[in-house]
Write a protein of this length. Structure first.
Length: 256
């Protein structure tokens, strides 16, 4: 993965405690703002979601070139001050914490997942699970390891299919119906757009908010919006694909 920085965190934390309490599967945040503080905002918001996933943490920034950094462990030990300084400033950023359900707790499954093909680049952070990941995997030109997560499979699939469409929005609209299951996700593409999408069943939560200094925040829980002083505005609708451009314009299409 181009631009991927490993920062393993040995915090003495048992990531899968056996008890009878329900566990969330993952958490994510995406931000598009008219100033260069997006990485810091997503990190601070992500801390409010740490309960959703202790296995790994990662962040994507786009400042001329897209870079994704992350590691195994909790946010404070992975997205350290040094890592954040290396990431640099950016007006668009996404971050993710993982609780593994499919795919092992390994480096390749740390999210966001970033993949490139020629001039195209996609970073994807995902909460939920696919019921037909094997079907998607069979249609990939590239063979993946047996331990690759649903998110790796979906990222590779969407990037592969992008060549057949005029835009990322069209790609998502036409190809996401092939990704069956219950999920929500945030994506960044090489054009600087921030995308959010939610499956047609709307099982996984998805909150949208605004920030006090301007900009939009997407999150798997509204508490992440509260944590950075944002204002919750609405939930992403079932089957909605929301695109936020670098100049702050928003547009939605639907699939399914």
């Amino acid at each position: 993965m181009s631009g991927f920085f490993m920062a393993n965190a040995e915090l003495g934390y048992s990531s899968h405690i056996e008890d009878d309490k329900p566990h969330e599967e993952c958490g994510f945040v995406g931000v598009s703002v008219p100033y260069d503080s997006a990485p810091l905002i997503v990190r601070n918001a992500l801390i409010a979601l740490q309960h959703r996933g202790p296995d790994s943490a990662g962040i994507t920034v786009l400042n001329g070139k897209m870079n994704t950094r992350g590691g195994l462990g909790l946010i404070p030990g992975v997205l350290t001050q040094q890592v954040m300084e290396q990431a640099g400033g950016s007006r668009v950023s996404s971050a993710h914490i993982r609780y593994s359900t499919k795919g092992g707790i390994t480096d390749q499954n740390i999210q966001p997942i970033q993949r490139s093909s020629g001039e195209l680049t996609l970073s994807l952070a995902h909460n939920g699970s696919l019921t037909n990941s094997d079907w998607l995997r069979e249609r990939l030109d590239e063979e993946l390891s047996a331990d690759a997560s649903d998110t790796v499979v979906l990222t590779e699939y969407l990037l592969q299919q992008r060549q057949y469409y005029s835009s990322w929005e069209e790609t998502f609209q036409e190809e996401l119906p092939n990704a069956q299951g219950a999920y929500s996700a945030v994506a960044i593409t090489e054009d600087g757009n921030l995308h959010g999408f939610r499956d047609v069943y709307g099982v996984r939560p998805y909150a949208i908010g605004t920030l006090s200094k301007g900009g939009i925040i997407l999150a798997s829980e509204s508490v992440a919006i509260d944590a950075v002083g944002g204002k919750f505005t609405r939930h992403l609708q079932r089957g909605e694909i929301l695109t936020i451009t670098p100049d702050g314009n928003q547009r939605s299409v639907f699939y399914g």
